[in-house]
Design a protein around this ligand. Structure first.
Ligand code: ZN
Length: 280
């Protein structure tokens, strides 16, 4: 299934056509894109029944964040070797975890106001939780994933790194610093959900490229690690980490500017376009 938030209403594609879930289901499921994760198994079974599968023929307008109101939003640092190396740090023994506060989560059509002169890009695979998980094991980790989407873990490096210990959670949670989208794709739609090519383009120039098979901690391993401590809740989102090529690690360093466009893409999912703007 491809599942979207369109102007705040839950939508999917049936026989290639965009369908409003509340209407097509005769009211069995409500219109809320946030609430559906609490009934995810039932929703998936309904989707199979009505033939809700296949990728969208075209990109609709009005797209919002696929999980617009997560109760918990995790970010994983240092989860690709080339990014660990460019950061001059060691591979962590346990996923290096911070939180992107939920108010920073926006959708693909929301312009993002660039804060300061040291804001950076980080294309990431984002996993959305579809079943509560505590002490879940990695071998069944995918069972807890509703689907995958694309995210930008936008990071204001000055606040993030000014102090010791650093302020990852605050430096990555300015308004709009968590764009996600364009929609949610269930793992069964993907040939191999554990090996997805991903890229990031800044004004058309490719600045990051990798595959999710290069993740140090895979999606199921992250679910095992995080759920060994926290109860993961339906609708929660996990930014799984970024590959090498961020602006802060370049020589000279490069950062985001108002007027630029960031395109993040993952094969099999689609493209997330983020428009950067100046102070309003
Ligand atoms: Zn990140």
């Amino acid at each position: 299934m491809y599942v979207a938030n369109i102007r705040g209403r839950l939508a999917t594609w049936v026989d290639g056509k965009l369908a409003d879930v509340e209407q097509v289901s005769g009211g069995r499921f409500g219109s809320s894109p946030a609430a559906v994760y609490r009934r995810w198994d039932e929703f998936r079974a309904w989707g199979d029944n009505v033939g809700a599968s296949g990728s969208p023929a075209e990109v609709p307008s009005g797209l919002g964040a696929p999980s617009p109101a997560p109760r918990q939003t995790f970010g994983i640092g240092l989860n690709y070797r080339d990014h660990v190396e460019e950061s001059g740090l060691e591979v962590p023994g346990f996923p290096s975890t911070f939180c992107k506060f939920a108010s920073c989560i926006v959708g693909p059509e929301d312009p993002v106001e660039v804060v300061g002169n040291t804001s950076d890009w980080e294309v990431e695979l984002v996993a959305v939780i579809g079943r509560a998980a505590h002490n879940a094991k990695a071998d069944v980790g995918w069972d807890y994933v509703a689907g995958l989407t694309i995210g930008q873990d936008l990071s204001e490096r000055t606040r993030q790194l000014a102090d010791s210990p650093p302020q990852f959670s605050l430096g990555k949670s300015f308004p709009g610093y968590g764009p996600t989208g364009p929609w949610l794709v269930t793992p069964d739609e993907l040939t191999d959900p554990a090996d997805l090519p991903l890229r990031c383009f800044l004004d058309g120039e490719k600045v990051q490229e990798s595959r999710t098979s290069q993740l140090i901690f895979s999606v199921p391993q992250l679910i095992e690690a995080l759920s060994s401590i926290v109860t993961l809740l339906p609708g929660d989102i996990i930014f799984t980490g970024t590959p090498g090529g961020v602006g802060a690690a370049r020589s000279p360093q490069r950062f985001l500017r108002p007027g630029q466009t960031l395109v993040s893409e993952i094969d099999g999912i689609g493209q997330l376009t983020t428009t950067l703007v100046g102070p309003s």
